[in-house]
Design a protein around this ligand. Structure first.
Ligand code: SAM
Length: 377
């Protein structure tokens, strides 16, 4: 491709139906654990297929969530790097891209057997614990978490992810996206059975990856404070940033984090766009998002090779009654980049948060930006 023009990639991108109406079902690893606002795999896949990635570079997702971009990179044999603040997201991304631990189902059975015989596990101090979890479930989850803690290293991440995936199911929380407490009639035995099933499902999803697992690195931390010398060189960025007042990743995973011994409040404090930041004494505004995206592009400029593309998927949000076009904010933050393509895509109804549905926001924008070459920047 010419270093100056990428008219042919823009033409290729223009031919794609970004709603992916043909999409039928989740492939194995896409569905191993719930995550709000995750990419459908087709989206990063289409970008990776259509745009060039310079040899010797990696693809970077600075808000990698559950690792959809990273897993798609592996499928195409491209090295990748991701950062996310949320430890559950990082756990998903790591497990999806790591080798399948052999004997995972047996390891899960051993853990479940030991946990059943461990009625004295320490139950963590979780706010409103009895409101959300029946006592026998508390004991089962605590014993599973404690037993997994002493399982061999090779299995720990996968077993923690299997446990995380059942937490909402065995709680009284109505569903992943509904916070009403309801009676679900689950007992401790169900918790062990569901854990074993989750481990078996995970094992078979990991086994379906019939391609070599090239390097994929996941950093847990704040992208806005990330040291660029830890990564690079980067040939392409594919990401979807969190945006104001739309989703609450920390809240979604709050119970899961508690059971895995992680601290949801420290995630909440640094989470870009979390609703809580918009309802405090000095509320965040769209200007805060503009500053956060400027910082994100400061990082991207330090690692992305000239001529490399940065692809952002971003929606609108409603802040204090006003609809904010976050795509325009991202575009403005991208100093030194040219917009080479953009498209509007429908957000699937099941992926719209309550806040987005309430504001009648039904589409999001794909922006493909290209870093100017050094000599013409
Ligand atoms: C739209 S989601 C990304 C979903 C991802 N594309 C996927 O397929 O799973 C945005 C992500 O940004 C993360 N995030 C929020 N604030 C962050 C920060 N300060 N640093 C790094 N990640 C952050 C959230 O935890 C969330 O996972």
């Amino acid at each position: 491709m010419s270093p100056y023009g990428d008219a042919s990639s823009s033409r290729t991108l223009a031919k794609i139906d970004w709603d992916f109406p043909e999409r039928v079902a989740h492939s194995g690893i896409e569905g191993i654990h719930p995550y709000p606002a995750k990419f459908i795999a087709e989206l990063p896949r289409a970008l990776l297929e259509s745009l060039p990635v310079a040899p010797g570079t990696a693809v970077f997702d600075p808000f990698c969530g559950g690792g959809t971009t990273l897993a798609e990179c592996q499928r195409r044999g491209l090295p990748s790097v991701g950062i996310d603040l949320n430890p559950i997201a990082c756990l998903m991304a790591r497990v999806k891209t790591a080798p399948r631990p052999s004997g995972l189902k047996d390891a899960a059975s051993t853990v479940a057997d030991c946990a059943r015989r461990r009625p004295d596990a320490k139950i963590p101090a979780i706010p409103n614990l009895d409101h959300w979890f029946d006592r026998p479930i508390q004991v089962a989850l605590a014993s599973l978490a404690e037993t997994i803690g002493s399982a061999p290293d090779a299995y720990r991440d996968a077993l923690r992810l299997a446990l995380s995936s059942i937490v909402v199911r065995v709680s009284r929380q109505e569903s992943d996206t509904r916070y009403a407490a309801i009676d679900k009639n689950v007992d401790a035995d169900d918790a062990f059975t569901l854990f074993l099933r989750a481990a078996a499902r995970l094992d078979s999803a990991l086994a379906q990856r019939d391609y070599p697992l090239v390097r994929s690195e996941v950093f847990e931390g704040d992208t806005l404070a990330f040291d660029p010398s830890r990564i690079g060189p980067i040939g392409m960025v594919v990401t979807s940033p969190p945006y104001p007042n739309a989703y609450e990743y920390w809240l979604y995973h709050k119970h899961r984090m508690h059971w895995l011994g992680l601290d949801p409040l420290s995630v909440k404090a640094r989470e870009i766009g979390a609703r809580a930041h918009f309802f405090k004494r000095n509320p965040h505004t769209a200007d805060d998002f503009a500053r956060q995206m400027t910082k994100t592009f400061d990082l991207i400029r330090k690692v992305l090779t000239p001529g490399g593309h940065a692809c952002f998927v971003v929606g609108r949000s409603r802040i204090h009654g006003r609809i904010v076009d976050n795509a325009r904010i991202v575009e403005k933050a991208a100093a030194g980049f040219d917009l080479v393509f953009s498209a509007e895509r429908t957000i699937p109804a099941r992926r719209r948060s309550f806040n987005l549905s309430h504001a009648n926001i039904k589409t999001e924008t794909l922006l493909v930006l290209r870093r100017r070459d050094a000599e013409c920047a």
